[in-house]
Design a protein around this ligand. Structure first.
Ligand SMILES: [Ca+2]
Ligand SMILES: [Ca+2]
Length: 367
């Protein structure tokens, strides 16, 4: 009996002391700093309360002198969202604490942060790739699509996900994420949201979190949120064939009350062939690439390219990534007759867009 009383006393004392110490960045106080902490912070963005004794974002327990008057649904005091202790929840808490301390752990596992769903039952997230040239660099862009015709997100406030990827062939520090013009979450200026993207290329891991910052705003929808971009290394020119994988390991969506929506993760597997073309997208992609015809192919610098829908744009590159000037001699409803007046014999890459979908194909000029 005595032991039991002692144990109760010890456990009460222990949990009491833990709840009064903020580990800066671990907003939900589950032992790990990750993108889900940004989602918790987003639900109380702009709130204020008593300051801590010391403004500090060092990775160490920071005592709370006076608790705030409100709590997250898991019972954690809102003072934990004021990561730097200055009495207000704002961008400084994100930049100085969550970003700086991302991946840090203390007592706890972070289990339960994510809610991966089941295919055919839950809302899917998709990675949809395309390759293009930008100032001579080969760019891999991957659209991030949340929801589809069958499964819309009904109450969106924040999204967090963790990725594993093959970092071979990627230019150092070139992995980026941005909200796109057509994003149904927020515009590229990001004025209604906070975005965290962290790339750990040494370990082939990346983390993305996006939250709205005003709980009176919610989103319902489906479609493109934003776009990842990666610059591929030049070494890829001359490559016989290799595979690049990008895999969503963990994902969740929350509403302003921190109720979770299970999301079905996606894995992208790209096989790159020696002429830079994606020849297979094994797992992902709700959007089928357009069917294109080039003829004659090979040719001597004059050829038709046609698609099922009108071709909206086209650019032509050699295998060094240099853009090649061309003339459009003739057009009909779905095709263009193209002349490459100065191009030497060789293989050329054609990229463009038809009915809003990007395409990449090739044409060979013979002697
Ligand atoms: Ca946490
Ligand atoms: Ca603060």
């Amino acid at each position: 009996m005595r032991n039991f009383v002692l144990l109760l006393f010890v456990s009460f004392f222990f949990s009491g002391s833990l709840s009064a110490q903020v580990w800066p960045g671990d907003v939900n106080n589950n032992g790990v700093v990750n993108g889900v902490d940004l989602l918790y912070l987003g639900t109380v963005y702009g709130n204020s309360g008593p300051m801590r004794a010391e403004e500090n974002t060092d990775w160490a327990p920071q005592p709370i002198i006076e608790a705030w008057g409100s709590f997250f649904p898991n019972g954690v005091n809102h003072a934990f969202a004021d990561c730097n202790g200055d009495g207000v929840v704002n961008d400084d808490d994100i930049d100085d604490a969550i970003k700086n301390n991302l991946g840090q752990t203390h007592a706890g596992s972070g289990l339960g942060d994510f809610s991966n769903g089941l295919p055919g039952m839950d809302v899917p997230i998709e990675l949809s790739p395309s390759l293009s040239f930008d100032d001579g660099d080969l760019m891999l862009t991957v659209d991030l699509l949340l929801g589809n015709e069958a499964f819309e997100v009904e109450d969106f406030y924040g999204l967090a996900l963790q990725l594993s990827y093959t970092s071979t062939f990627m230019e150092e520090s070139s992995f980026e994420f941005e909200l796109t013009e057509d994003s149904w979450i927020d515009g590229p200026d990001g004025e209604n949201s906070a975005v965290l993207f962290a790339d750990d290329e040494d370990n082939g891991k990346a983390e993305l979190a996006i939250t709205l910052i005003d709980p009176s705003q919610r989103r319902v929808g489906k479609g493109r949120i934003g776009q990842f971009s990666i610059v591929m290394e030049d070494i890829i020119v001359g490559l016989i064939q290799d595979t690049i994988n990008i895999q969503i390991d963990s994902v969740t969506v929350i509403n302003p009350e921190i109720s979770k929506t299970a999301i079905v993760p996606d894995t992208l597997s790209l096989i790159l062939s020696e002429d830079l073309l994606i020849i297979s997208n094994e797992v992902s992609s709700a959007i089928q690439p357009p069917t294109l015809k080039t003829f004659p192919n090979p040719n001597q610098g004059q050829f038709w390219i046609s698609a099922e829908e009108p071709i909206e744009s086209i650019r032509i590159y050699n295998l060094m990534g240099q853009e090649i000037p061309f003339n459009i001699q003739q057009t009909d409803s779905t095709g263009l007759f193209i002349e490459l007046p100065q191009a030497p014999p060789g293989t050329y890459v054609l990229t463009g867009q038809t009915a809003g979908v990007r395409f990449t194909t090739k044409v060979v000029l013979s002697q």
